[in-house]
Design a protein around this ligand. Sequence first.
Ligand SMILES: [Zn+2]
Length: 317
Amino acid sequence: MSLPTTSDPRAADRAAPGRGKLTEVADRVLAYIQPDGGWCVSNSGALIGPDAVAVIDTAATRARALALADALAAVTPLRPRTLINTHAHGDHTFGNFAFAPEATVIGHDLARAEIVANGHMLRDLWPGTEWGEFPIVPPSVTFPTRLTLHVGDILVELIHVGPAHTTGDVVAWLPEERVLFAGDVLLSGCTPFVLMGSVAGSLRAVARLRALGPRTVVCGHGPVCGPEVLDATEAYLNWLHATARAGIDAGLTPLQTALDTALGDFAGLLDPERLVGNLHRAYAEERGAPEGATVPLGPALEDMVAWNGGRPLTCLA
Ligand SMILES: [Zn+2]
């Protein structure tokens, strides 16, 4: 954990990072929300069937993953038998160890490949974070498009909607409760992040998710919200696309474009430096890169730090 600095607007959060809290968003459907929802501080879900429990996503650090397991143990005597990973990122999957091998880990084909390839790499981005020691546990059950789960009598549709936030994004849709666990395809109060996915693919994903008609949305980060997050995400993505197009036409780099651009309506979202990374993706797509094609992460991350005035990205995990 980095020490707080007076120039850091989230210094108070750094000193006392938020812990997760379980809330019931529908009958026996729980959201585990970790404030403040910024980098690596992610949300989980739990479905408490009469004789089965499923968990959706884990957490970034050993301590946070064990705290999630403890929180669930306090509300049900049943041990989770199923764990769904919405995507590959470590803040959603590093905690798999706390539930496997008792729980079968399920994810998209591409997410498994990414988890295996990346290992503990995310830890290198924030060496000051107290990650703890844990093994990487990739999904053992994977699928390419859709999978239906029955958690007792709770019906769950797992739907691949990538490339959006990553290539292997899966959402968990509960059609009877109209609850959507969106992973990082939708973020609540946080800047969208598509560097490792696709702008056009994200816009398509938002349209698909809107068509489901969710009443309650549990995003990968940030507070529980409603379908208004679809409009907010779509507005950001359209603005990102237009900003990238204007920057390319003006002959500017992604960083120059970001520095020249007022955040306007989006200034209140957490982790605004993601604009620069998003522009790297948008530029690549505007120049013909296939959706989800590899965009070098190093230069994009360096540009995000530069946009941040040289200050490292704030990770409260
Ligand atoms: Zn993510």
